[in-house]
Design a protein around this ligand. Structure first.
Ligand SMILES: [Zn+2]
Ligand SMILES: [Zn+2]
Length: 264
Protein backbone atom coordinates (compact mmCIF):
# COMPACT_ATOMS: atom_id res chain seq x y z
CA UNK A 1 0.00 0.00 0.00
CA UNK A 2 2.68 2.49 0.96
CA UNK A 3 4.91 1.50 -1.92
CA UNK A 4 2.06 2.36 -4.29
CA UNK A 5 1.42 5.59 -2.39
CA UNK A 6 5.04 6.71 -2.60
CA UNK A 7 5.66 5.73 -6.24
CA UNK A 8 2.42 7.14 -7.54
CA UNK A 9 2.19 10.24 -5.35
CA UNK A 10 -1.27 9.50 -4.00
CA UNK A 11 -3.27 11.19 -1.29
CA UNK A 12 -4.71 9.06 1.52
CA UNK A 13 -8.23 9.21 0.05
CA UNK A 14 -6.95 8.24 -3.41
CA UNK A 15 -5.01 5.30 -1.97
CA UNK A 16 -8.07 4.12 -0.03
CA UNK A 17 -10.28 4.53 -3.12
CA UNK A 18 -8.17 2.32 -5.40
CA UNK A 19 -10.09 -0.61 -6.87
CA UNK A 20 -9.24 -3.47 -9.19
CA UNK A 21 -10.61 -1.71 -12.26
CA UNK A 22 -8.14 1.13 -11.75
CA UNK A 23 -5.24 -1.20 -12.54
CA UNK A 24 -4.73 -2.13 -16.19
CA UNK A 25 -1.46 -3.98 -16.76
CA UNK A 26 1.17 -1.29 -16.20
CA UNK A 27 -1.13 1.70 -15.81
CA UNK A 28 -2.98 3.05 -12.80
CA UNK A 29 -5.97 5.35 -13.18
CA UNK A 30 -6.96 7.75 -10.41
CA UNK A 31 -10.49 9.05 -10.80
CA UNK A 32 -11.96 8.78 -7.30
CA UNK A 33 -11.06 9.19 -3.67
CA UNK A 34 -12.72 7.53 -0.71
CA UNK A 35 -13.88 10.15 1.69
CA UNK A 36 -14.30 11.58 4.17
CA UNK A 37 -11.25 10.07 5.94
CA UNK A 38 -13.08 8.73 8.99
CA UNK A 39 -16.61 9.35 7.90
CA UNK A 40 -19.66 7.17 7.98
CA UNK A 41 -20.70 6.35 5.40
CA UNK A 42 -17.59 6.32 3.28
CA UNK A 43 -18.32 7.60 -0.20
CA UNK A 44 -16.47 7.73 -3.48
CA UNK A 45 -15.86 11.32 -4.51
CA UNK A 46 -13.85 13.07 -7.22
CA UNK A 47 -10.18 13.46 -6.31
CA UNK A 48 -9.25 16.72 -4.58
CA UNK A 49 -8.59 19.74 -6.77
CA UNK A 50 -9.49 17.81 -9.90
CA UNK A 51 -6.26 15.83 -9.76
CA UNK A 52 -7.50 13.07 -12.01
CA UNK A 53 -4.89 10.83 -13.54
CA UNK A 54 -6.68 9.29 -16.47
CA UNK A 55 -6.55 9.45 -20.25
CA UNK A 56 -9.00 12.32 -20.65
CA UNK A 57 -7.26 15.01 -22.76
CA UNK A 58 -7.63 17.58 -19.95
CA UNK A 59 -5.40 15.61 -17.59
CA UNK A 60 -1.89 14.27 -17.43
CA UNK A 61 -2.80 10.68 -18.20
CA UNK A 62 -2.84 7.49 -16.15
CA UNK A 63 0.18 6.74 -13.95
CA UNK A 64 2.76 4.48 -15.57
CA UNK A 65 3.73 1.67 -13.24
CA UNK A 66 7.24 0.25 -13.15
CA UNK A 67 7.21 -3.54 -13.73
CA UNK A 68 7.96 -4.43 -10.09
CA UNK A 69 5.00 -2.35 -8.91
CA UNK A 70 2.65 -3.76 -11.55
CA UNK A 71 3.67 -7.23 -10.31
CA UNK A 72 3.03 -6.28 -6.67
CA UNK A 73 -0.39 -4.91 -7.54
CA UNK A 74 -1.26 -8.04 -9.51
CA UNK A 75 -0.33 -10.17 -6.52
CA UNK A 76 -2.33 -7.95 -4.19
CA UNK A 77 -5.42 -8.22 -6.39
CA UNK A 78 -5.18 -12.01 -6.50
CA UNK A 79 -5.13 -12.11 -2.68
CA UNK A 80 -7.97 -9.73 -1.94
CA UNK A 81 -11.72 -10.11 -1.91
CA UNK A 82 -14.44 -7.50 -2.34
CA UNK A 83 -14.99 -5.15 0.56
CA UNK A 84 -17.10 -6.49 3.37
CA UNK A 85 -17.53 -3.05 4.88
CA UNK A 86 -20.91 -1.93 6.17
CA UNK A 87 -21.10 1.24 4.07
CA UNK A 88 -24.24 0.05 2.29
CA UNK A 89 -25.47 0.90 -1.18
CA UNK A 90 -25.35 4.64 -0.61
CA UNK A 91 -21.77 4.45 0.60
CA UNK A 92 -18.62 3.16 -1.05
CA UNK A 93 -20.53 0.63 -3.16
CA UNK A 94 -18.65 -2.33 -1.68
CA UNK A 95 -16.27 -2.53 -4.62
CA UNK A 96 -13.10 -4.53 -5.04
CA UNK A 97 -10.82 -2.20 -3.14
CA UNK A 98 -7.10 -2.85 -3.17
CA UNK A 99 -6.35 -1.81 0.38
CA UNK A 100 -8.75 -2.87 3.10
CA UNK A 101 -8.18 -3.82 6.68
CA UNK A 102 -8.17 -7.44 7.80
CA UNK A 103 -11.92 -7.50 8.34
CA UNK A 104 -12.63 -6.16 4.87
CA UNK A 105 -13.45 -2.63 6.05
CA UNK A 106 -11.72 0.65 5.31
CA UNK A 107 -8.66 1.79 7.21
CA UNK A 108 -9.42 4.69 9.53
CA UNK A 109 -7.20 7.69 8.95
CA UNK A 110 -7.54 8.89 12.56
CA UNK A 111 -6.28 5.69 14.19
CA UNK A 112 -4.07 4.25 11.45
CA UNK A 113 -0.87 5.70 12.93
CA UNK A 114 -1.51 3.74 16.13
CA UNK A 115 -3.11 0.66 14.70
CA UNK A 116 -1.73 -1.05 12.74
CA UNK A 117 1.28 1.16 11.99
CA UNK A 118 2.86 1.77 15.38
CA UNK A 119 2.47 -1.84 16.44
CA UNK A 120 4.21 -3.01 13.29
CA UNK A 121 7.12 -0.56 13.27
CA UNK A 122 7.83 -0.61 17.03
CA UNK A 123 6.65 -4.11 17.93
CA UNK A 124 4.79 -2.54 20.86
CA UNK A 125 1.17 -1.89 21.73
CA UNK A 126 1.15 1.80 22.73
CA UNK A 127 0.37 2.75 26.31
CA UNK A 128 -3.25 3.62 26.99
CA UNK A 129 -4.00 6.69 29.06
CA UNK A 130 -6.40 6.35 31.96
CA UNK A 131 -9.96 7.42 31.21
CA UNK A 132 -11.87 8.71 34.17
CA UNK A 133 -14.43 6.20 35.36
CA UNK A 134 -13.75 3.84 32.46
CA UNK A 135 -10.27 2.43 32.57
CA UNK A 136 -7.11 2.82 34.57
CA UNK A 137 -4.95 2.85 31.45
CA UNK A 138 -2.19 0.41 30.61
CA UNK A 139 1.55 0.58 30.03
CA UNK A 140 3.05 -0.16 26.62
CA UNK A 141 3.31 -3.87 25.96
CA UNK A 142 5.05 -5.99 23.35
CA UNK A 143 2.82 -7.15 20.50
CA UNK A 144 2.27 -10.86 21.04
CA UNK A 145 0.90 -13.03 18.25
CA UNK A 146 -0.38 -16.54 17.66
CA UNK A 147 1.42 -18.00 14.65
CA UNK A 148 -1.04 -20.86 14.11
CA UNK A 149 -2.08 -19.49 10.73
CA UNK A 150 1.39 -18.46 9.68
CA UNK A 151 3.26 -15.19 9.32
CA UNK A 152 2.75 -12.47 10.52
CA UNK A 153 0.53 -14.06 13.16
CA UNK A 154 -2.70 -12.92 14.75
CA UNK A 155 -2.21 -10.48 17.66
CA UNK A 156 -3.69 -11.69 20.94
CA UNK A 157 -5.44 -9.15 23.15
CA UNK A 158 -5.01 -8.26 25.87
CA UNK A 159 -1.34 -9.07 25.51
CA UNK A 160 1.06 -9.95 28.31
CA UNK A 161 3.19 -7.25 29.92
CA UNK A 162 6.86 -7.11 29.00
CA UNK A 163 9.09 -9.51 30.88
CA UNK A 164 11.34 -7.96 33.47
CA UNK A 165 14.08 -9.31 35.68
CA UNK A 166 16.02 -12.49 35.13
CA UNK A 167 13.26 -14.97 35.87
CA UNK A 168 9.99 -15.08 34.08
CA UNK A 169 6.82 -17.07 34.35
CA UNK A 170 3.57 -16.70 32.41
CA UNK A 171 1.49 -14.09 34.25
CA UNK A 172 -1.46 -15.42 36.20
CA UNK A 173 -3.62 -12.35 36.58
CA UNK A 174 -7.37 -11.88 36.58
CA UNK A 175 -8.55 -10.70 33.20
CA UNK A 176 -5.45 -11.91 31.37
CA UNK A 177 -5.93 -15.13 29.39
CA UNK A 178 -3.54 -18.02 30.05
CA UNK A 179 -2.02 -18.00 26.59
CA UNK A 180 0.46 -20.63 27.80
CA UNK A 181 -2.38 -23.12 28.31
CA UNK A 182 -3.94 -25.15 25.50
CA UNK A 183 -7.04 -23.51 24.05
CA UNK A 184 -10.25 -25.11 22.86
CA UNK A 185 -11.12 -24.08 19.33
CA UNK A 186 -14.88 -23.86 19.88
CA UNK A 187 -15.55 -22.49 16.41
CA UNK A 188 -14.39 -25.77 14.89
CA UNK A 189 -17.84 -27.21 15.66
CA UNK A 190 -21.46 -26.07 15.27
CA UNK A 191 -23.01 -24.59 18.41
CA UNK A 192 -25.65 -26.88 19.90
CA UNK A 193 -27.15 -23.92 21.79
CA UNK A 194 -27.55 -21.10 19.25
CA UNK A 195 -27.07 -23.09 16.05
CA UNK A 196 -24.11 -20.99 14.91
CA UNK A 197 -22.37 -22.94 12.15
CA UNK A 198 -18.73 -23.98 12.42
CA UNK A 199 -16.50 -20.97 11.83
CA UNK A 200 -19.19 -18.48 12.91
CA UNK A 201 -19.38 -16.71 16.25
CA UNK A 202 -22.12 -17.56 18.70
CA UNK A 203 -25.10 -15.24 18.73
CA UNK A 204 -27.55 -14.50 21.48
CA UNK A 205 -30.73 -12.40 21.62
CA UNK A 206 -29.08 -10.06 24.15
CA UNK A 207 -26.29 -9.39 21.66
CA UNK A 208 -23.44 -10.57 23.86
CA UNK A 209 -20.52 -12.26 22.15
CA UNK A 210 -19.74 -15.10 24.52
CA UNK A 211 -19.16 -18.58 23.20
CA UNK A 212 -21.75 -20.94 24.61
CA UNK A 213 -20.49 -23.51 27.13
CA UNK A 214 -22.05 -26.53 25.38
CA UNK A 215 -20.14 -25.60 22.24
CA UNK A 216 -16.85 -25.42 24.13
CA UNK A 217 -17.61 -28.80 25.70
CA UNK A 218 -18.46 -30.30 22.29
CA UNK A 219 -15.25 -28.96 20.73
CA UNK A 220 -13.19 -30.27 23.65
CA UNK A 221 -14.82 -33.68 23.36
CA UNK A 222 -14.05 -33.73 19.63
CA UNK A 223 -10.39 -32.98 20.33
CA UNK A 224 -10.24 -29.42 18.99
CA UNK A 225 -7.59 -28.39 21.49
CA UNK A 226 -4.29 -26.78 20.59
CA UNK A 227 -1.35 -24.87 21.97
CA UNK A 228 -0.92 -21.29 20.82
CA UNK A 229 2.18 -20.62 18.72
CA UNK A 230 3.22 -17.56 20.72
CA UNK A 231 5.83 -15.11 19.63
CA UNK A 232 6.27 -11.34 19.72
CA UNK A 233 7.02 -8.92 16.93
CA UNK A 234 10.39 -7.25 16.69
CA UNK A 235 10.51 -3.61 15.60
CA UNK A 236 10.79 -2.94 11.87
CA UNK A 237 11.94 0.64 12.34
CA UNK A 238 10.55 2.54 15.34
CA UNK A 239 11.20 5.95 13.80
CA UNK A 240 9.26 5.34 10.60
CA UNK A 241 5.99 7.26 10.30
CA UNK A 242 3.30 6.78 7.65
CA UNK A 243 3.16 9.55 5.02
CA UNK A 244 0.16 11.89 5.46
CA UNK A 245 -0.92 10.22 8.67
CA UNK A 246 0.74 12.44 11.18
CA UNK A 247 -1.75 12.34 14.02
CA UNK A 248 0.52 10.13 16.07
CA UNK A 249 -0.80 8.98 19.42
CA UNK A 250 0.82 10.45 22.56
CA UNK A 251 2.45 7.09 23.25
CA UNK A 252 4.57 7.34 20.13
CA UNK A 253 6.61 10.25 21.43
CA UNK A 254 7.65 7.99 24.28
CA UNK A 255 8.70 5.10 22.11
CA UNK A 256 12.31 5.42 23.23
CA UNK A 257 11.20 4.82 26.79
CA UNK A 258 10.78 1.11 26.29
CA UNK A 259 13.97 -0.69 25.38
CA UNK A 260 13.35 -3.50 22.95
CA UNK A 261 15.15 -6.27 24.78
CA UNK A 262 12.56 -7.41 27.31
CA UNK A 263 10.29 -9.21 24.89
CA UNK A 264 8.93 -12.35 26.53
ZN1 LIG B 1 -17.11 0.62 2.18
ZN1 LIG C 1 -23.70 -20.60 20.52
Amino acid sequence: MWTVCAWCGLRWGELMGLQHHHVAATRLTIDVQLGPPDGRPFELEPPKEGSYRNDHPHYFGAVDLPPFLAALLTRQMADRHPASCDCGDDGCGGGRFLFLNKRGGHHLHGTYATHPWEKAVTGWVPARRPRRGRSSGAPARPVMVDMAEGWPGVPVTPTWPAASGTTWAPPVVRGLPRYDQPVVDARAVDCPRCRAAAGKACTSPSGDKHTHQPRIAAARAAGHIRELGLTSWLPINPRMTPPQVTALAPGVAGRDRHPHDPHP
